[in-house]
Design a protein around this ligand. Structure first.
Ligand code: HEM
Length: 118
């Protein structure tokens, strides 16, 4: 009966319109459809974040405790970010690969310079 619904990134993205607007904040998913007209910060910012993880933008504003309390009424489930971590890893790999390639290029050049000299 009171089973908790889990939302993946893809599930959340299904609710990204003005008439069906979910946001993920702090690992929880909220149905903000009716709240959109009441938001003191306007509808535009909510529409921008619709169907996404809005944790950062929500925190950046420094919302009051009253704002956080309002969230409770909109709770619909837990956010299971299946993309967590995946985003960063390729970037890190690329960087270290670039450095390695650059370094080996450098030493390669140095070796041929030494060979040419002698
Ligand atoms: C369902 C989620 C949200 C709730 C319940 C909520 C609630 C509120 C409340 C009650 C205020 C008045 C000030 C305060 O009490 O802190 C406010 C202001 C504001 N909110 Fe939200 N908010 C939500 C999501 C967002 C998001 C995702 C953004 C994205 C940037 C945002 C941007 C703002 C801004 C810019 C203001 C300041 C408006 C002003 O001072 O002129 N809010 N919000």
């Amino acid at each position: 009966m009171s089973e908790i619904k889990n939302f993946t990134m893809a599930d959340l993205a299904q609710h990204s319109t003005r008439d069906d607007l979910y946001l993920a904040i702090g690992g929880k998913v909220y149905d903000c459809t009716t709240f959109i007209d009441e938001h003191p910060g306007g509808e535009e910012v909510l529409l921008d974040e619709a169907g996404k993880d809005a944790t950062e933008s929500f925190d950046d504003v420094g919302h009051s405790n009253q704002a956080r309390d309002q969230l409770r009424e909109m709770y619909v489930g837990e956010f299971k970010n299946d993309n967590a971590g995946k985003k960063d890893k390729p970037g890190v790999k690329t960087t270290s690969k670039t450095i390695t390639t650059a370094q080996s290029l450098e030493s390669g050049r140095f070796v041929s310079w030494v060979k040419a000299f002698f």
